[in-house]
Design a protein. Structure first.
Length: 457
C-alpha cells in the first residue's frame, strides 16, 4: 500500500501532511495509487457527459473522440503527478511555490471550490439514483445521509481511501461487464451499436471540452495522492494507466446507454435495462469512492487556504457545503459547470508544468524548504508564473466563447509555454539574472538555511 504510518518521532496533527513534504519514510509502492485513482475516476457524472456528447456523433466516431479526451487527461494527470511525486508536496502546495503565497490561496480556493461542486453533483446523482430505485417522492433526506456517509473515509485519511478502493473496483468491474452485455444484446450486436447515427449537432471541440472538463479538476489534483509514491516512474505509469482505463470506461458506458437506449442520463438507461436494484447498489459503491476522494481533495485545499495543518475540519465543512449545493439543484447545471472548469483549472496546471519542467528543469528550488519539511521564503506573488496562468486562462476563455479548438488543452499549452518566456522577460525587466535555475528535490532532504530563510520560518 502506498500510505504508511508515521513513526513516533514523525507524529503529526494530521498524518497526511497537508502543509508539508511527505517524508521518504512515508513513501510506498504506487500499486495502491493505481487502485485509488481507478476508483476516483469511476465517476458517474462523467457517464452523463458522455451520454450528452455521444448523441452528436456516430458511436464509432464518438469513441475516437472519447479516446482523445482520455489520453489528454492521462498525459496531463501523469505530468502533474510526477511533480508531486518528486517533491512530496500536494497540488495546492506546488501551486503555492510556483505562483507565490497569494497564488497558492487562489489555487486552494479554485481547486477546493470545484471539488466541493463535484461533491454536490455526485450527491445529487446518488440521491436521484437511490430515490428512483426505492420509488421515493422526496430525495433530500438521502442527500443529507449520503453527504455525511461519503466523507467518512476522507476524514480518516488517504489510507482509508485506498482500502475502500480495493473493495470497490471488483464490484465496478462486474457492473461494467454486465451493462455491456445487456446493452449490446438489446441493440442487436456490436455492428448495430457502432453504426448508430447522431440525433443532434455538436462540434468536436465542444464535445472534447465537455469530456475533458468532467475530470480536468480531478486530474490537476492527482498530486494529492502521487506525493506518497516512492518513485517518479511508478507514479507516472500508475496514473497514466489508471486514467486511461477508468476515464475511457466512463465515456464508453455513458455513450453506450445513449446509443443503445436513447437515454443520455446513464441512471435512466439502467432502468431501461431492468437493472434498477443491482445497478443502484453497484453504482452506489462507485459514487461513494468518488466522493470520498473528492472530499479528501477539498480537505487538503482547505488546509492551505486557512493555513491549518489539519484537513479534517475542512473535509467536514466542505461536505456540509456540498450538501447545500446539491439541495439547490447544481446537478441541473452540470454542462455549464464543466465548461467553467475547462476554462479556469487547466491553465493552472499548465503554468505549474511550465515553471517546473521548463524553468526549474524538473526540480523545485530547495531554498524554500525548512528543516521540518515546510515552506519558507516564498514571494507574495511570482509574477511571471501568475501572468502565464492569466494568459492561459484568457486563451481558454476565448476558445470557449468562440467555439474554437479545444479550450482546455489550449489553455494548458499557452500557460506552459508562457511560463519560461515570462520568467525570462520579467527577470530582464528587473535588471537581474533569472534566479530560479538552481534547484533540487524537496524529497532529497533539506539543505542548510541562509539567514534570510531562517527569518522566514
Amino acid at each position: 500500500m502506498i500510505f504508511g504510518r508515521t513513526t513516533r518521532g514523525e507524529r503529526q496533527q494530521d498524518p497526511d501532511y497537508p502543509l508539508e513534504v511527505v517524508p521518504q519514510s512515508a513513501r510506498r509502492s504506487p500499486a495502491g495509487l493505481f487502485v485509488l485513482l481507478v476508483s476516483f475516476f469511476f465517476f458517474t457524472p462523467t457517464m452523463l457527459a458522455g451520454g450528452q456528447t455521444s448523441v452528436g456523433f456516430r458511436f464509432s466516431d464518438y469513441l475516437g473522440l472519447a479516446l482523445i479526451a482520455a489520453a489528454v487527461l492521462a498525459v496531463y494527470a501523469a505530468l502533474m503527478g510526477v511533480i508531486s511525486s518528486r517533491s512530496g508536496l500536494s497540488t495546492v502546495l506546488i501551486t503555492k511555490v510556483c505562483l507565490g503565497r497569494a497564488g497558492g490561496k487562489w489555487s486552494a480556493l479554485l481547486l477546493g471550490g470545484t471539488q466541493v461542486g463535484w461533491f454536490a453533483v455526485t450527491l445529487a446523482t446518488l440521491s436521484d439514483l437511490i430515490g428512483r430505485a426505492l420509488s421515493l417522492e422526496y430525495t433530500w433526506p438521502l442527500v443529507l445521509v449520503f453527504g455525511a456517509v461519503t466523507a467518512m473515509a476522507a476524514y480518516r485519511g488517504a489510507k482509508g481511501l485506498e482500502m475502500l478502493g480495493w473493495v470497490a473496483i471488483p464490484l465496478l468491474l462486474a457492473l461494467c461487464i454486465w451493462v455491456t452485455q445487456r446493452a449490446v444484446g438489446d441493440i442487436g450486436g456490436w455492428g448495430e451499436l457502432m453504426a448508430t447515427e447522431p440525433i443532434t449537432e455538436i462540434s468536436a471541440g465542444s464535445a472534447l471540452t465537455v469530456l475533458i472538463g468532467t475530470f480536468v479538476s480531478g486530474s490537476t489534483q492527482v498530486g494529492n495522492w502521487s506525493r506518497f509514491s516512492r518513485t517518479d516512474r511508478g507514479a507516472l505509469v500508475s496514473i497514466f494507466v489508471a486514467v486511461i482505463v477508468a476515464q475511457y470506461a466512463m465515456y464508453f458506458f455513458g455513450g453506450l446507454g445513449s446509443a443503445a437506449y436513447g437515454e443520455p442520463d446513464f441512471v435512466l438507461a439502467l432502468y431501461e435495462m431492468g437493472l434498477v436494484a443491482a445497478g443502484a447498489g453497484l453504482l452506489l459503491v462507485a459514487l461513494w469512492t468518488t466522493n470520498e476522494n473528492t472530499a479528501y481533495a477539498f480537505g487538503v485545499a482547505g488546509s492551505e487556504l486557512f493555513s491549518v495543518n489539519d484537513k479534517r475540519p475542512f473535509v467536514a465543512g466542505g461536505a456540509a457545503l456540498g450538501v447545500v449545493f446539491a439541495l439547490t439543484g447544481i446537478y441541473e447545471s452540470l454542462s455549464t459547470f464543466l465548461v467553467l472548469l475547462g476554462t479556469f483549472v487547466p491553465p493552472l496546471g499548465g503554468a505549474i508544468m511550465g515553471q517546473f519542467y521548463l524553468v526549474w528543469r524538473g526540480r523545485l528550488p530547495r531554498r524554500h524548504l525548512t528543516r521540518t519539511g515546510g515552506l519558507t521564503g516564498l514571494p507574495a506573488v511570482r509574477v511571471s508564473c501568475f501572468v502565464a496562468y492569466l494568459l492561459g486562462t484568457a486563451t481558454a476563455s476565448a476558445g470557449s466563447v468562440f467555439d474554437f479548438g479545444i479550450p482546455a488543452v489550449q489553455g494548458i499549452v499557452v500557460a506552459a509555454v508562457a511560463a519560461p518566456l515570462c520568467h525570462v522577460l520579467f527577470a530582464r525587466r528587473s535588471g537581474r539574472t533569472p534566479d530560479d535555475d538552481a534547484s533540487g528535490s524537496f524529497a532529497d532532504g533539506p539543505t542548510p538555511r541562509t539567514t534570510e530563510q531562517k527569518a522566514g520560518d
